[in-house]
Design a protein around this ligand. Structure first.
Ligand SMILES: Nc1nc2c(ncn2[C@@H]2O[C@H](COP(=O)(O)OP(=O)(O)O)[C@@H](O)[C@H]2O)c(=O)[nH]1
Ligand SMILES: [Mg+2]
Length: 351
């Protein structure tokens, strides 16, 4: 599960990266040019905490997401608009994208911010890049006079992109999309916008123009101040709460942001709980119990007998699995059961 931080130089990508990971990668123009920062982030999950309070396990494990912060290659020019090839190909590698847009005042960038323009510019660049890919492939296939089905589908993609719309919003059959599974189109990837605002504006709602754009394009939107979040991440935990309260927030934006990113990836978590480990396991929404078993170990998938499923609320309220069972709230499910977020699962399997 990998999310790429993208955006124009000086928008605050590396600062966001530091806030998320608690690392201290170098910020500022050109500081990290050509270098990619990679960091693993734990997804905050109060259910794992509550289960751990109950079981006092040896180990407590959260779901994880990897963030990458890709800087433009050397010689790309300080605050030049436009994405170079390194950045574009790095963007194709990740599953989801998160654009940081500058909404804070930065004197060295001429002061005023225009986040809507940054968002629209990147949107246009990604559409253009996908269009280039489609046209190249289309030309080749037409010359070779092969694969009429692919030509037809590509023509559909081209018309959509020519209309300046992201592929995310194109309705096409699963079978047709399957033709393009190797293409890694940028405008097909889920995209989360981070509006990086001034310190004093973290508790304000986003401007309507940005909210409307995000809604129309099917994007996620989170408002935060990367600088504030970076400061919080570096503070002793005891001081964090007062500081966050003084800003008018109830939790660090970091937690909100990570949860939004997790949801954007269409992930849910099932849980396992016991004296050895309490753990959240990320899995795609709609996955079967059989698939979930394979997440833990291929042996459990292979020897799958059944899944014993409880709701986390029930286990937390009744305290023990025996009580949950007694109250008839422990279900036995087969391979095809669709796992729900917050299911606590115990797999029975043959070795
Ligand atoms: N005032 C303010 N400055 C910020 C904020 N986020 C980033 N910056 C500053 O903007 C500059 C560029 O940030 P950086 O994270 O390096 O941007 P990148 O080029 O997108 O990686 C740095 O000097 C940061 O300290 C913010 O929320 N508020
Ligand atoms: Mg940077």
């Amino acid at each position: 599960m990998k999310i790429g931080l993208v955006g124009f130089p000086g928008s605050g990508k590396t600062t966001v990266f530091n806030a998320l990971t608690g690392l201290a990668a170098e910020t500022g123009y050109g500081a990290t040019r050509g270098k990619t920062n990679l960091g693993v982030v734990k997804v905050p999950d109060p259910r794992v905490d509550a289960l751990s309070d109950l079981f006092d396990p040896k180990k407590k494990t959260y779901a994880e997401i990897t963030f990458s912060d890709v800087a433009a290659a050397a010689g790309g020019g300080g605050s030049a608009r436009g994405l170079d090839r390194t950045v574009l190909s790095a963007m194709r590698e990740v599953e989801s994208l998160c654009q940081v847009a500058r909404a804070f005042v930065d004197p060295s960038e001429g002061g005023a911010a225009d986040p809507l323009r940054e968002v629209a510019d990147l949107d246009a660049e990604m559409i253009l890049s996908d269009l280039e890919l489609v046209e190249k492939r289309l030309d080749r296939l037409k010359k070779e006079k092969g694969k009429p089905r692919e030509i037809e589908a590509l023509t559909q993609l081209k018309a959509h992109l020519d209309g300046e719309k992201p592929l995310r919003s194109l309705e096409m059959s699963e079978d047709d999309w399957a033709i393009f599974s190797g293409y890694r189109f940028l405008t097909q990837k889920p995209l989360l916008i981070v509006l990086n605002v001034d310190e004093g504006k973290v508790a304000e709602p986003p401007p309507a123009a940005i909210a409307d754009h995000a809604h129309a394009r099917g994007l996620g939107l989170v408002v935060l101040s990367a600088k504030v979040e970076q400061d919080i991440a570096q503070m002793p935990p005891a001081d964090q709460k007062d500081f966050i309260g003084a800003l008018g927030l109830s939790e660090p934006a970091r937690d909100r942001f990570i949860r939004a990113a997790f949801a954007l990836l269409n992930l849910i978590s099932f849980l396992t709980a016991g004296p050895d480990e309490c753990r959240a396991w990320p899995i795609r929404r709609g996955s079967t119990a059989h698939r979930a078993a394979g997440k833990i170990h291929s042996d459990i998938e292979r020897g799958f007998i059944r899944a014993e499923v409880m709701r986390v609320e029930d286990l937390l309220a009744l305290k023990t699995e025996a009580k949950v069972r007694e109250q008839g709230k422990l279900r036995l499910e087969g391979k095809e059961y669709i796992v729900a977020d917050g299911d606590v699962i115990n797999f029975r399997f043959n070795v």
